[in-house]
Design a protein around this ligand. Structure first.
Ligand SMILES: C[S@@+](CC[C@H](N)C(=O)[O-])C[C@H]1O[C@@H](n2cnc3c(N)ncnc32)[C@H](O)[C@@H]1O
Length: 401
């Protein structure tokens, strides 16, 4: 059982006074929801509030989040070569399908800048680049970033804060959907398998403190648990892990909306057999606070990112059930190599040490199996594209899903 306030997972930097005041407001908002909800809310509701509550949640409010001054660094923040390599895959698809780009969860806007820049270089700019960004604060940052870096292209970029616009288009979507590190931010339900059955882990109050509390899982979560093929007899109980109906729902909606095109999903995660491995009995929940990683999700709500790894088998199933083809699944390293990231790096002369060294160090991080190369995966769903995709030309791992 974890508690708040007064908890500070060892080694974490102390928040300043303003941050503590903000966390207290977020906690008070969550407390009201718990009181209105029979003294308990599922963890998925807690995670959604802590990350997205309007004006309060981690993504909805104004903290730095990205980069050295923030809590974490994503691949496009490390080097423009990530976005440029991805743009090569995007360009290939757009040549087959025409249409536009839809990026989910645009972060600081840097990925849009790098993709548009490379497509311009290739002479293949789409007429429209849309960003689906639920955070008004981040959408504003993205607008500023793109305006500053690519002033002549800002008119091609449009923002939406929900998927409805895409789904209501009678012709369906044509082009490429991209999501880098978005699926891991979707709210997960935590399940605890015990001798007595499957329980759902949620958040309750003990006095003023937020505490963990398990309740018997709903019928739909019991069914989801049964569908995982986990042999609980082989596991130490309680076996704790997560399921993410929000992810299945999002992938289904995207896959259903596509008339002709592809969805490229990049994130950290595993195929199902690895995700629900008997030895992974604590789940995959991770929190990021000022470049410290820990697993205490109730710590200072609103001040830290909360994520879970992605079950890529679930992603593939949702896409295929919605009528898409599973067009590729591989590691980030293999995908970027297939897209030519080393040739892109070679555009900077190696003897220009000041320019070359930071780029080659970042590429090394993206490719190294010990860093992001193996844990991060890329999965492609497509409709109406018969040709194989560049990014999966070598090392496709569909057979492992
Ligand atoms: C970890 S950041 C990744 C940002 C960016 N893609 C990058 O790689 O730097 C997660 C992003 O997903 C957005 N996000 C969270 N939930 C979302 C959802 N349901 N649909 C679309 N974007 C979402 C967040 O607001 C944020 O922009």
């Amino acid at each position: 059982m974890s508690t708040f306030p007064g908890r500070n997972p060892s080694g974490l930097p102390q928040p300043d006074d303003d941050a503590r005041v903000h966390a207290a407001r977020v906690r008070s908002h969550i407390r009201q929801r718990i009181e209105a909800g029979d003294g308990w809310i599922p963890f998925a509701v807690f995670m959604d509030l802590a990350l997205h509550a309007p004006g309060l949640g981690y993504y909805a409010a104004g903290s730095q989040k990205f980069g050295r001054e923030g809590d974490f660094v994503t691949a496009p923040e490390m080097t423009p070569l990530f976005g440029r390599a991805l743009a090569r895959q995007v360009a290939e698809i757009l040549e087959y399908t025409g249409g536009e780009i839809l990026e989910l969860g645009g972060g600081t806007g840097v990925l849009a800048v790098d993709i548009l820049g490379e497509l311009d270089h290739l002479g293949l700019l789409p007429a429209r680049y849309r960003i689906l960004e639920p955070s008004a604060e981040l959408a504003q940052r993205q607008r500023q970033r793109i305006h500053q870096s690519l002033p002549t292209m800002i008119d091609r970029v449009e923002w939406m804060d929900r998927l409805d616009g895409l789904e209501s288009s009678p012709a369906g979507f044509r082009g490429v959907v991209i999501a880098n590190e978005v699926l891991d931010a979707l709210p997960v339900h935590i399940l605890a398998w015990r001798q007595e059955g499957v329980f759902e882990r949620g958040v309750a109050l003990k006095g003023d403190k937020l505490v963990w509390e398990d309740r018997p899982a709903s019928c739909s979560l019991q069914a989801a648990a049964e569908g995982l093929g986990l042999s609980i007899a082989d596991c130490e109980v309680p076996y704790v892990s997560e399921v993410c109906p929000a992810m299945t729902d999002l992938v289904t909606r995207l896959a259903q909306s596509i008339d002709r095109g592809a969805v490229l999903l990049i994130d950290y995660g595993f195929p199902r057999a690895e995700y629900y491995h008997p030895q992974r009995n604590g789940g995959t929940l991770m929190c990021h606070y000022r470049h410290h990683v820990h697993d205490d999700a109730l710590f200072l709500p609103g001040l830290q990112d909360i994520t879970a790894h992605v079950d890529f088998t679930a992603v593939a199933e949702a896409g295929v059930d919605a009528g898409c083809q599973l067009a590729g699944y591989t590691t980030q390293a293999q995908f970027l190599l297939n897209c030519g990231i080393t040739e892109l790096l070679a555009r900077t002369p190696a003897d220009d040490v000041a320019a070359y060294l930071p780029q080659s160090t970042a590429v090394q991080k993206l490719l190294s199996p010990a860093e992001m190369g193996e844990l991060f995966k890329v999965l492609a769903l497509s409709r109406g594209i018969d040709a194989p995709l560049l990014g999966f030309a070598e090392g496709d791992r569909i057979g492992r899903l």
